[in-house]
Design a protein around this ligand. Structure first.
Ligand SMILES: C[S@@+](CC[C@H](N)C(=O)[O-])C[C@H]1O[C@@H](n2cnc3c(N)ncnc32)[C@H](O)[C@@H]1O
Length: 165
C-alpha cells in the first residue's frame, strides 16, 4: 500500500533537514533504555528524515533501524553514518510497506511522521507499529495537532482535519 507523499522527496532533495535529536526523544530513550544492555535494545526510527534520531541512537550504542520514504533523505543519513563510522540499518520504505520482522522492536520512535499522513493511513500505521513492537515494547510518538502553528493553512483533503501544501 502506498502512503508516502512525494512532496517529502522534493523537500529532502533540495534542503537539509534537522541534524540534532529533540530533547523529548532523548529523555524518553534515556529514561527507558540507558540502564539496559544497549546493543540488545532494538529501536526503529520511523520516518527518519535527516536522521537526527538515527544518528543519536546509533551513537548511544543501540541496535538502530530507520526508514524514510525519501531516497534523498536515506542517502544523506547513510552518508553521515559512514563518515561518523556509526552502524544503523537505514532503508527507503513506505510506512505502510515495511518488511521488518513482527514483534522485533523494543521501541519505535515516531517524531512527527505518522501525523503527516491521512487519517486512514494514520490508523493503519499505528496498527503496523503495534505489530512491530515486542510485547511490552514502547512507542514514542509526537504529533502536530490542531493547535500547532500553521494548522489549517494548506489545502484541505478528505479525512480527519487533514491538509496538504
Ligand atoms: C516532519 S518530518 C520528521 C523527520 C524526523 N522524524 C525528525 O524528527 O526530524 C516527516 C518525515 O517522515 C517521512 N514520511 C512521512 N510520511 C511517510 C510515509 N507514509 N512513508 C515513509 N516516510 C514518510 C517524510 O519523508 C519525512 O522525512
Amino acid at each position: 500500500m502506498k502512503s508516502f507523499d512525494e512532496t517529502w522527496e522534493e523537500i529532502h532533495a533540495t534542503r537539509e533537514w534537522g541534524q540534532y535529536p529533540s530533547e523529548p526523544v532523548i529523555r524518553f530513550v534515556a529514561r527507558n533504555y540507558y540502564q539496559r544492555n544497549r546493543a540488545e535494545v532494538k529501536i526503529l526510527d520511523f520516518g527518519c528524515g535527516g536522521g537526527s534520531h538515527t544518528w543519536y541512537l546509533a551513537r548511544e550504542g543501540f541496535d538502530t533501524y530507520a526508514f524514510d520514504g525519501s531516497a534523498s533523505a536515506v542517502s544523506r543519513v547513510n552518508q553521515r553514518m559512514e563518515v561518523e563510522k556509526l552502524q544503523a540499518d537505514v532503508r527507503v520504505r513506505d510506512a505502510l510497506d515495511l518488511d521488518y520482522e513482527k514483534e522485533s522492536f523494543d521501541s519505535v520512535i515516531d517524531s512527527a511522521v505518522v501525523c503527516a499522513n491521512t487519517y486512514e493511513n494514520i490508523v493503519a500505521m499505528y496498527r503496523e507499529i503495534y505489530h512491530l513492537l515486542k510485547p511490552g515494547g514502547k512507542l514514542f510518538s509526537i504529533s502536530f495537532t490542531t493547535g500547532t502553528t500553521g494548522y489549517g493553512t494548506g489545502k484541505r483533503i478528505p479525512g480527519g482535519g487533514t491538509y496538504v501544501l
